[in-house]
Design a protein around this ligand. Sequence first.
Ligand SMILES: [Fe+2]
Length: 129
Amino acid sequence: MPRIFTYNAFKNHSPKASAYADKHAPVVVCAPTAERGLPFSVTVRIGTNQKHPNTMEHHFCYIQLWDLETLVAETRFDHRALGDKPLQIEAQFTIIPQRSLRLTAMAYCNQHGLWQSEEFFVHAPIQDS
Ligand SMILES: [Fe+2]
């Protein structure tokens, strides 16, 4: 079982440790409510204030979006397609919720492991018909 890192594990440490966590921890960005059966946009952002390296030796490999224990979306990166300069990565997913969601993003850096976002709750109320 891999060790999983979170921003909160580093936030009360030194500014350097916080910056390290910020450049690795994914954040789920979306509306707090959704309509069942309709497309719903979810953005996962890595590095709200920090850029992450993007070299052969050090880069992000993938971002996953989970609803509790269900993998609902995933994108993989070919770092060569993104240049070799440090960057902030953002992935956009469109999903069609069938119920309320408890979204968590996971992101994997080939040097610094697997990082988990905070959970984001999306309320998808039952529609009156
Ligand atoms: Fe890294």
